[in-house]
Ligand binder design. Sequence first.
Ligand code: 5CA
Ligand code: ZN
Length: 408
Amino acid sequence: MRSWSAQNVPRLPGQSIPLRLYDTSAKQVRQTDPGPTARMYVCGITPYDATHLGHANTYHAFDLVGRMWRDAGHEVHYTQNATDVDDPLLERAAATGVDWRELAEREIELFRGDMEALRIMPPREYVGVTEVVGAVADLIADLAAKGVTYDLDGDVYFNVADAPKFGQVSGMGEAEMLALFAERGGDPERPGKRHPLDWLLWRAERPGEPAWDSPLGRGRPGWHIECTAIALDNLGAGYDVAGGGSDLIFPHHECGASEGHAATGEWPFAKFYAHAGMVALDGEKMSKSKGNLVFVSRLRRERDPMAIRLVLLAHHYRADWEYVPELTAEAERRLARWRSAVALASGPPAGGLLATVRERLADDLDSPGALAAIDAWAEQALTEGGADESGPALVRDLADALLGVALR
Ligand code: 5CA
Ligand code: ZN
């Protein structure tokens, strides 16, 4: 599918710093070590409703990863999917009397506009699952040939007993896994399964549901396998970062990692499994099914999108936090101060600030630390002034390149 448009990123002077990132699988912060081309896959939206601040928080986190890599001179090969056929989408379409394809297309288009407004860099490949059902089915057929699947009334399951690394991404015990599996789209109780945690790879056609012809019969892909197939086809095994919100740690990334391992023999399938925190509203995780949403498309009509971006930057990406409107008001005040400071003809020198912002972001994306450093520079510029004519322009460039914040 069409991705969205990219902004030009200014090149910054001086020394970049390699990015260290928390790896859920290793349970620690480690240095990312990409080749000349850094490869990243981030799980995309299920397009049955508009993008909320929680989604934006996740895509924003991985946008910072890409910006740090670019600053360090890497090409960034970024792939994202859209789950444009899945139960919640079909249910919403049926409930509202809209064709599921139209619903998906409309919400994806809105999402593109949201991402552009927030200045989030587009993926090189933006792939709808419906575009690649054949490739997903081929991967499942390949897993079947390797003997790690079984058939249940025409549906195909991954046999968790054939997944020797299962559990290594989430580090969870079986009781926790079972609870989350049931909560997040799994079917632990289905009679006939060999193990409750076996997961669905292919769902045979049901009356009234979309289906495609394949070597597995007519049907549609299960959820986890889509991301494994799209990442494998575009990035290859052993890519640098698999990303998403923390609600994807289990089962989604756990199952995907074992699928990739079974298909390619490579472990880990992604070098890092990285996860953004959950954004809540009124004390509950923002989610489409709960309906407690702050839509980016609505907010950006009323507020400067750069203030929305600053709301996201003001929280560490791994933190869980709650949205309250005061956060946007505060971000607007910060944005106004920064804009006044960079509009000055001269200011304090900003070379040290650039080094600090790089250093803060390289430390597992400490964006609140980066904001504090810029606040201090802006405060000094506005109260004491400064004689450096290149200071304000450098701050404008570093906010643009490293934080995605346009100060014009
Ligand atoms: N299509 C699948 C991934 S393959 C999916 O989870 N779609 S989603 O629309 O539910 O979520 C899209 C992305 O936003 C995922 O990375 C998810 O982890 C993240 N996300 C969802 N809700 C929140 C939230 N409340 N806070 C932060 N991130 C969230
Ligand atoms: Zn995914």
